[in-house]
Design a protein around this ligand. Structure first.
Ligand code: UD1
Length: 447
């Protein structure tokens, strides 16, 4: 298991390129199950979650390979092709490693008429049911039962239906993806109401349409899908990762740095710009050229940070996937603020770890309450989940002295080479194998 040793205090400076979106890549890779012929995906990031989904797809009889992309040195394209359509089991061993594996359920039922997919189970950010996925697939005509921790589904040809995806906490992102994919091959017309408007769902719709699907309303809460008989080979470029972009923006702000981000889509970051500007950060959106225009973001030295409350909500609201990072940032703003999470109200495992650095932060229901401005000092930290790991890295970059962050495998699930990117910007950050409990402790405080 790897850990990070971070010595805080260096302002980040320079240019960094944002990777392709994890949350767009995963459902689009799953959708390849439905395509007759080769799928070529450019911009898929190198991540543990992508490897896990590739393994899930391989056990489902798909060939998945990476090849260099023509004309680029470092980029590679993922190619996916059907090899054996008789295989329909996604095992607990793989699905438990990554919940997004559930995205194979809709495509399997739509294309192969049979699916045996493990229930993902709970996770560190709270209760994560899949009832809305299952209800929607049943409405499309799938017969589903739960047995020994697996969803077992059969379907002849799915048929279009009118489905409301509203759940107790708004819509569901991967639920929308699952139903959008399934409806693409269903007979007749499907309407998905209270669908997720997330850019990653729009990218999935763009991919499906390029393969021959008929979808209206992508990016709105109502999706209308007219089923088609099949999908054709397609090449698609994955959108850039708005969560990584925003995490890097906050890393620049928390260190008082001056950073230029490229490969960004600024429209996807509206709520982040609003929050950063309200907190006093110096942000600039740069658009150059045309056809297509190149977008960049500059984070420059700003005024001292001001406390600013955010509430995480579905897109276009402030993303729950940035709630932990914002909490870390607000420990540097002198004064009190509250960070609420309306999507995952239990997603606060980073709070006690931030307190270990000396931050005055506590949890109150679905909020973190921060009294910012206290000095942060390096400490031993434990990452609990993907985005919480990023929050700890940000706080450690701003802390005085050395921090050790363990269980960094959470971070590797969803950030492509974050340590290398931060180090290239001047962060004093080192990855080591956690082979010793003793030698990597930060210095003990004096009695
Ligand atoms: C996706 C993202 C994740 C992000 C989340 C919210 C991927 C791979 N993951 O996760 O990074 O944090 O969206 O933006 O894209 N819910 C139900 N019933 C369901 C499904 C969900 O009640 O059947 C609830 C969940 O418990 C949660 C809320 O709906 O409170 C939103 O969850 P959902 O949008 O489904 O999250 P994911 O798609 O799993």
């Amino acid at each position: 298991m790897d850990l990070f040793i971070v010595r805080g205090g260096s302002p980040l400076r320079g240019r960094v390129s944002v990777s392709g979106s994890k949350n767009a890549s995963l459902p689009i890779m799953a959708a390849s199950i439905m395509v007759d012929g080769e799928v070529t995906l450019e911009g898929v990031p190198h991540l543990a979650d992508v490897t896990t989904l590739s393994q899930v797809l391989q056990t489902l009889g798909m060939k998945v390979s990476r090849r260099p992309s023509p004309g680029t040195d470092s980029q590679s394209a993922v190619e996916i092709l059907i090899d054996d359509e008789t295989r329909c089991v996604a095992s607990y061993e793989l699905v438990r490693r990554m919940r997004a594996s559930i995205c194979v359920l809709g495509p399997l039922l739509a294309k192969r008429g049979r699916a045996v997919v493990s229930l993902p189970g709970g996770c560190n950010i709270g209760d994560r049911p899949i009832d809305l996925h299952l209800r929607g697939l049943a409405a499309l005509g799938a017969e589903l039962r739960l047995e020994r921790g697996y969803v077992i589904g059969v379907a002849k040809r799915l048929r279009g239906a009118d489905i409301d995806l509203a759940g107790p906490r708004g819509s569901t992102v991967t639920g929308t993806a699952n139903l959008l994919m399934a409806a693409t091959l269903a007979k007749g017309r499907t309407v998905l109401r209270h669908a997720s408007c997330e850019p990653e769902v729009v990218d999935l719709a763009r991919f499906l349409c390029a393969a021959g699907a008929k979808i209206d309303g992508a990016g709105t809460a109502t999706l209308e899908i007219t089923g088609v008989e099949g999908l054709e080979p397609v090449r698609h470029h994955i959108i850039s990762d708005r969560i990584e972009a925003a995490t890097l923006m906050m890393a620049a702000v928390i260190t008082g740095g001056d950073v230029l981000l490229d490969n960004v889509i600024t429209e996807h970051l509206g709520s982040v710009f609003e929050a950063l500007q309200a907190a006093g950060a110096n942000t600039e959106r740069i658009t150059e050229g045309s056809d297509p225009p190149r977008q960049e973001i500059r984070i420059g030295p700003g005024s001292p940070l001001r406390p600013f409350d955010v509430a995480a909500n579905p897109y276009p609201g402030f993303p729950t996937d940035l709630q932990a990072q914002w909490t870390a940032l607000m420990t540097r703003a002198v004064g009190r603020c509250r960070v609420r999470d309306d999507v995952f109200p239990d997603r606060f495992l980073h709070v006690p770890e931030l307190a270990r650095l000396g931050a005055n932060v506590s949890r109150s229901g679905s909020c973190a309450v921060i009294h910012g401005g206290l000095p942060l000092r390096g400490a031993n930290l434990m990452a609990s989940d993907l985005r919480a790991s990023a929050a700890l890295v940000l706080a450690a970059l701003a802390a005085e002295g050395e921090s050790v962050i363990r269980r960094i495998y959470h971070l590797d699930r969803g950030y492509e080479r974050l340590d290398a990117k931060l180090a290239a910007l001047g962060a004093d950050l080192e990855r080591r194998t956690d082979d010793s409990e003793i030698t990597v402790l930060p210095p003990l405080p004096a009695a």
